[in-house]
Design a protein around this ligand. Structure first.
Ligand code: HDD
Length: 712
């Protein structure tokens, strides 16, 4: 993670946005017309106790504006957080693409990124088990390119036609609007168990990827196979990847549930705080490239968005890096009004016939019309390209530009043919030429009907602790379903992925795995289709494992931005604490004192230390590791309140690193942790470096079984 000095970040986009920002310092309050106002507290009345007068234009302007403050929230991905940054290219890949941002290493392309959850409303908690949106707007010199991806490399469905069905099934049920931001309910599993193409994305959601530790610690994927087009017009297939510099890390389900109560803005706050602290989030950008002639070489169809290309088969080439270095000035103006469209592309990049991508090319423009209210949404500052746009599209709600001239059509001679067409040599966009000779048909390719091989590959590739989490997640989710037939259908399906997994889930549900299913499971077919032909094929094991799928194989080399809770009170021992704190901070961690009260506490050397949070206002789940300094007076105060021992017990339950110094061990003894001397991530008077190394590991998963017996 880049730590940069906090001089004001600039870019062509940020400078452009500056022209639209308003500063209120030392300014008079005025009406929208610039009229100075000297009372905004009282309406105009007929006498002090009389009725309000219609004449009160100040009241009307203020209230009307307020009444219309809200716009429709996004139908999906309603809850999100955004940030500005830039993309840098390591080396030119002109052999694949002519896109300027991928050929010019001198460029710093401005970006705006929005991370989101999918199912919940705008005010839903951050730690819902869900896919995360990972949408990047590149403001390039050739126009804006939007890479609208997710934190998982595959999608639930294969054809855009099914998107409304998928979303209606996962959203709160229509009769009672329950549950919010949760997939654990009957309608979702009714759908999933009838449309088995969903299984691959679904098992990713059931894994730890569904509950990330931070937006900054998750991968991003463009999902679809796109095309790269080079200067010679040659096409290659390409998949896009974002790899977080801090590695891919998640929380446990028990933490997720508790974080949602303790700080429902956990991810949003984390992103904001890291950027404010100058600890800028970074992702490396990678590509998987497949030659045109290899299109049919694999056991899956490159056009099927429920399939990934295993990195064991096609390694990811890292070609650049994205850094987020500026928070928005205004959430609504930027994060809410930003409009991402997969149809925003630049020369050098093109679409494929992936039927999901094809449908998306329609949906996103359409949705902005109801969300932002006008085809002029590209004029909203955050959506404006950094290069000028000129065309004959005119008028409409909230036109904010003043197009000059007599003509608004093409061809024209009155305006000397302007705006004139670009020639290819001038960078004009041309579609990749593809020969099409086909029957018009409403159907699905048979090459899309392998629904089990890749979920099975994913499960096989996970470490035992990750597999355990998947089993627990399925058990939880299906346990929330009220219909046994849905649960049984899911068990039959999970059994097609992995028998061991299905057995664990069945045990948790108190059910048996059915041997046979009465009705076909894949109903993602038309009424006239041959039902047998479209049933999912039995799984194939074309690859034993793909290491890239497991979080156990991610990076464990940094504790930058990790939050360390220091449980302390007046009189804590400074001598042993000082080098610990220094070492943690040097390694980039954020050390926060949690004390019996807010304000400050005094150590045994009579120095004042700022308290980050009073114990009443915070919870163990909001931290990555715990440190208890020594000092009998301090520890005695902590022992008076049960919450400190709970704090530690909970951190242990969530497999986090804990270090105690001197008398701090008394707090460990008071907790539910037994045999802590044998645990490789619990330290008593150890070296700070040992503690740091354990935090780098993110969690001590070896502890999982003991941890599950902790009664908090
Ligand atoms: Fe979508 C928003 C990602 C399939 C229709 N989608 C949206 C956002 C992300 C994705 C990250 C939020 C953008 C933002 O932050 O503003 N969607 C995906 C991915 C998909 C996908 C990775 C498959 C690979 N989406 C998809 C389909 C359809 C939509 C098949 C419809 C046919 N998506 C929408 C939408 C949204 C949207 C309704 C809601 C708000 C918006 O577009 O701007 O049009």
């Amino acid at each position: 993670m880049a730590k940069e000095n906090k001089s004001k970040p600039t870019s062509k986009k940020i400078d452009q946005l500056a022209d639209s920002t308003k500063d209120f310092t030392d300014k008079n309050l005025t009406t929208n017309q610039g009229l100075k106002v000297n009372d905004t507290n009282n309406s105009l009345k007929a006498g002090e106790r009389g009725a309000t007068l219609l004449e009160d234009f100040l009241l009307r302007e203020k209230i009307t504006s307020f009444d219309h403050e809200r716009i429709p929230e996004r139908i999906v991905h309603a809850r999100g957080s955004g940030a500005h940054g830039y993309f840098e290219l390591y080396e030119s890949i002109e052999k694949y693409t002519k896109a300027g941002l991928f050929t010019d290493t001198q460029r710093k392309t401005p970006v705006f990124v929005r991370f989101s959850t999918v199912a919940g409303s705008k005010g839903s908690p951050d730690l819902a088990r869900d896919v995360r949106g990972f949408a990047v707007k590149f403001y390039t010199e050739e126009g804006t390119w939007d890479l609208v991806g997710n934190n998982m490399p595959v999608f639930f469905i294969q054809d855009a036609m099914k998107f409304p069905d998928l979303i209606h099934s996962v959203k709160p049920e229509p009769n009672n609007e329950i549950p919010q931001a949760a997939s654990a309910h009957d309608t979702f599993y009714d759908f999933v168990s009838r449309a088995t193409e969903t299984l691959h994305n679904h098992i990713w959601v059931m894994s730890d990827r569904g509950i990330p530790r931070s937006f900054r610690m998750m991968e991003g994927f463009g999902i679809h196979t796109f095309r790269f087009i080079n200067k010679e017009g040659k096409s290659h297939f390409v998949k896009f990847h974002w790899k977080p510099v801090l590695g891919v890390h998640s929380v446990t389900w028990d933490e997720a549930v508790k974080i949602n109560g303790a700080d429902s803005d956990f991810h949003r706050r984390d992103l904001w705080d890291a950027i404010e602290a100058g600890q800028y989030p970074e992702w490396e950008f990678g590509i998987q490239v497949v030659a045109e002639e290899d299109e049919h070489k694999y056991d899956f169809d490159l056009l099927d968005p429920t399939k990934l290309i295993p990195e064991e088969l096609v390694p990811v080439e890292i070609i650049g890096k994205m850094t987020l270095n500026k928070n928005p000035e205004n959430f609504f103006a930027e994060t809410e009004q930003v409009a991402f469209l997969p149809g925003h592309i630049v020369p050098g990049i093109d679409f494929t016939n992936d039927p999901l991508l094809q449908g998306r090319l329609f949906s996103y423009r359409d949705t902005q019309l109801s969300r932002l209210g006008s085809p002029n949404f590209h004029q909203i500052p955050i959506n404006r390209p950094v290069v000028p746009s000129h065309n004959n599209q005119r008028d409409g709600h909230m036109q904010t530009e003043i197009p000059k001239g007599q003509t608004a059509y093409f061809p024209n001679s009155l305006s000397m043919g302007c705006p004139h067409l670009a020639k290819m040599a001038e960078g004009g966009f041309t579609h990749h030429e593809e020969r099409i000779d086909a029957h018009k048909i409403r159907s699905r390719s048979e090459s899309f009907s392998d629904h089990f091989s890749q979920p099975a590959l994913f499960y096989r590739s996970l470490a035992p602790w990750e597999q355990e989490h998947v089993a627990d997640a399925y058990t939880f989710e299906l346990g929330k379903c009220n219909h046994q037939d849905i649960q049984e259908r899911m068990l039959w399906i999970i059994n097609q992925i992995d028998e061991n997994l299905a057995t664990k889930v069945a045990d948790g549900l108190g059910l048996k795995i059915p041997k046979k299913i009465e009705q076909p499971v894949n109903q993602a077919i038309g009424a006239d289709a041959d039902v047998e032909k479209f049933q999912p094929q039995p799984k194939k094991d074309y690859l034993k494992k793909d290491n890239a799928l497991s979080q156990a194989k991610t990076k464990f080399d940094s504790i930058a931005t990790r939050q360390i809770a220091v449980l302390a009170a007046d009189g804590f021992e400074m001598e042993s604490f000082k080098p610990y704190k220094a070492a943690l901070e040097k390694a980039g961690a954020v050390v926060k004192i949690v004390a019996p009260h807010g304000g400050s506490i005094t150590c045994d050397q009579d120095m004042e230390h700022k308290v980050a949070a009073a114990i009443m206002t915070t919870e163990s789940v909001l931290f990555d590791a715990i440190l208890v300094p020594g000092g009998e007076k301090s520890v005695k105060s902590l022992l008076k309140k049960g919450k400190y021992a709970k704090f530690i017990s909970e951190a242990f339950k969530h497999c986090k690193a804990i270090a105690v110094l001197g008398a701090g061990e008394e707090l460990l003894k008071e907790s539910y942790i037994k045999n802590y001397t044998k645990d490789k991530a619990v330290f008593v008077d150890a070296k700070a470096q040992d503690f740091i190394d354990a935090i780098k590991q993110h969690r001590n998963w070896d502890r999982m079984e003991t941890a599950s017996s902790i009664p908090v």
